[in-house]
Design a binder for this molecule. Sequence first.
Ligand SMILES: *Cc1c(COP(=O)(O)O)cnc(C)c1O
Length: 417
Amino acid sequence: MNKLLSEVDPQVVEITTKDLARQQNTLMLIPSENYASRAVMEIQGSILANKYAEGYPGERYYNGCEFMDEVESLAIDRAKALFGAEHVNVQPHAGSQANMAVYHALLQPGDTILGMSLSQGGHLTHGAHVNFSGNLYNIAAYGVDADTEQIDMDDVGRLAEEHRPKLIVVGATAYPRHFDFASWRQVADSVGAYLLADIAHIAGLIAGGAHPDPVPYSDVVTTTTHKTLRGPRGAMIMCRSEYADKIDRAVFPGLQGGPFLHTIAARAVAFKEASEPEFKKYQGQIVKNAKALAARLIENGFRLVSGGTDNHLMLIDLTSKYEKMSGRQAADHLEDAGIIVNKNTIPFDKRKPRTTSGLRLGTPMVTTRGMEEDAMVQIADFITEALEGRQKNSIKQRIQEKVKEFCTQFPIYEYLN
Ligand SMILES: *Cc1c(COP(=O)(O)O)cnc(C)c1O
């Protein structure tokens, strides 16, 4: 048990080293990803992974949990302080499980949920028919207005009136604008629905004061911890005290067994990092960078869904510039040039989800690397050149070399090299 990984399994080390090089040498613009800090990764790979601790601090089903209680309580207290939440459960293994637990706690199968449609920016767990949420619950979906490509609260109010949902989910995975949570609360109250804010993408922005805060207006808030929040992979649920028992019982024993204490400890570390002044600056810079990237893409002739961005991400409508190129093809061309983005449907997309007419780009990772607005102009130009020169491998190859060279100015994880 004392051998190094390199002695035990050089094959896995080799694969990981190749991905380290990829993470260093490419521009990673996927808005749901981030580089976790060395400190977060250190504790994730720690001895805390060896313990079973079913239950909650002070009431475990296993013995030997003294320090598990300590570390989980620390994570909970830090999360409460960071977001001003009354109750926090830090055990959900991922965002999907967190949402599942909320539905399980507050709804019966067959109850109606009003959520954002997947094709217009919602998450799978907001009622997609391929997901448990679409199978177990009756789903009504809201989308964006055809002209503004933004959510129209009058329309949401009408849908709520028509479908009388028991729970409304506000949140998205591909929506570049702010959510006005106070208006969502009004709609929920008008029909007596619970309001769940799913802030998986924007939790870091909220903690850093760069997006309106849902906590005062929501019954429950769910989030992942690995996106803009820049912690380990995982999730948590915040709720009003009156729902605490139901939520806790839904997570364990309702849906999960033993918590992953090593990632819960890593969440504690991430919450500490998120409470530092630099984190606020980081989140502000993510938004400034997104605006700079968006502005340059528009200058370069691309149309962005809703005309721009308020947060960390944007959607390019490729149909405005290229009749024939799908999102899938564009994302593959960009990968050839060392730029990693998502293909993504745009509102009212004529293509299928596997093909799509759009690209989704975000700035959390490049901002973590220390890039600022001038670098965003450069990135927009790389993207433009790569798509213009897509037919020629030599052009994409040349851009890939330029991207790699550019990336050397912004090193990641120097201690691993
Ligand atoms: C990413 C995301 C989730 C779920 O995350 P997983 O950890 O991948 O299960 C849930 N909701 C929204 C809005 C997301 O963007």
